[in-house]
Write a protein that binds this ligand. Sequence first.
Ligand SMILES: Nc1ncnc2c1ncn2[C@@H]1O[C@H](COP(=O)(O)OP(=O)(O)OP(=O)(O)O)[C@@H](O)[C@H]1O
Length: 584
Amino acid sequence: MRAVLARIYRLTRLAASGPGAPVALVLYAVVLGLQFAAVWVSVQIISWYKAFYDALERRDAAEALLQVGHFAALTAAAAACFLVGDWLRKRLQMRLRARLTACMQDAWLANKAYWHLRPGFSVQPVDNPDQRIAEDCRKFIERLLIETLDVISNAVALVSYVAVLWSLSAVPLSFHLFGLDVEIPRYMVWAAFLYVAVSSLLTHLLGRPVKGLVFQQERCEADFRHALVQLREGTDEIAQSSGEEAERRRLERRFGEIRRNWHRLIRAEVILGLFVRPYMQTILRIPTFLALPIYFAGNLTLGGLMQLAQSFSTTATTLSWFIFSYRDLAEFVAVSERLDDLLALTRNPQTPEGVPQAITRGAAPGGGMKLQGVALSTPQGRRLAPVPDMALQPGQSLWVAGPSGAGKSTLLAALSGLWPFGEGRISVPEGSRLVLPQTPRVFPEGLAHAVTYPREPEDVGRDAIEAALRETGLGHKLAALDLPGPEGYAGLSMGERQRLALARVFIHRPAVLILDEATSALDARSEVDLLARVRAELPNATIICAAHRPPEGLAPYQILALDPAAATDRASQPLPAPRAGALA
Ligand SMILES: Nc1ncnc2c1ncn2[C@@H]1O[C@H](COP(=O)(O)OP(=O)(O)OP(=O)(O)O)[C@@H](O)[C@H]1O
């Protein structure tokens, strides 16, 4: 319980932080004030019961009519409190959600957590981070406001209702039991507490499995959504290999998990409902029955009986907040667990034990690049091909060669400062760095963003974008810059997508350019031509190119050959002797 509250507190502090916090607090106070006003109205309605029914009993038509007017005024006040309070609460909800979402996004993007917490890389990967940031933030704030406002206003309401019930139940309950005279003073108050305490305990016992199943349901829903996104991303491959049946099976499997968990969840909810539903329906009737002994003893008028019953049921309903909200509270706890886990993992990513993370980084004298004693391993500790020691001067190029799986991309990730597993010293030139992958991503905003990323097209200017496209042989695609969203990508071949990414070189003019098979889809002649243009554009840049064929356009270049046969199996074994780089 303490852990749950601590989690909710941490997330609430985050949501209520920042410059908008004072306004959020004022809004919260106003909404709470309106809920208190609603409690005052309902206390007035309890008194109204006595006045109205006593007027009926006396057959006093004038007084009854007055009470009808009184009732209309009270109902209007209650409706106004509800509508204004609800509107303000929803405004506050968006304000807090925006802040919490921004904090979660920051945590996910900071220190490249989104990269380090991937499955297969981290020992505790984060499942469905997109769902946590989008859906869970929304649900957390929604539930936080509803439940805390309810708890506070219910606590205040409870004091008022118990005070009314206390004053109304002055008549004790007297009966004979086993020859003894038993008298229970204020028995209606004790009955209300006992009634709700026993019911809450039963609710908790019956509803205990609901929380875990709600948590699981969120995960299954997110997995299914993710499978649909993968279908969208793999359209070409699926269509060309007629993989519709396989996709259908995959989607059905994921949906099957949703269905199976849903059935478990609704079974658990039915078991809970077996108690909660009848409880909800009887809570308004039982008090009348409990008050009957004093009514028949002649100690109450009909109006008094109705007032006492109404007072009892409002007290019991308020006390029953836990019972009525059990399902929502279970969801609230599950959602806060998921969000807090994400935050904890981004702050302190768990890395595999026993895998060396001893890569040191620095700047090489003279601004070049230098590798000394570098040996990389997978996150599981499997050692990759040894990396020969080498030094590169500014303006020189390097071809990272080696068979598939030798560790070329891994070395490039280590050069970028991302790959932590391994040892040795890596010195890279200071200054701007541009890394281009083999498969460029599709930008939903359109082609211009692909050319200028990570800068905005407006900051770069249309002329520079068009010039960069012409440089990379995409002069015929200039009109596509005006097409909205991903439409500009229509029909773009993989080679053209690689050219599009290479256009960034002419915009950013980086000091270090890292190409990870970034021209693999081009024909040999176009590749030579394009790389030669890149080299000419960046005469002083250090260019590192991992590729299966020699990057002739970058000549002259050094060769760094990775030989997996020289790799040792265990990360703990000593480093093999490095092979010297050759100049092509
Ligand atoms: N997160 C990971 N978990 C486990 N193994 C990994 C991980 N990342 C890379 N590897 C392994 O490390 C080895 C090197 O991978 P890398 O992608 O660097 O090879 P590569 O030389 O670039 O191959 P290719 O030429 O096919 O692109 C491979 O055996 C790969 O399976």
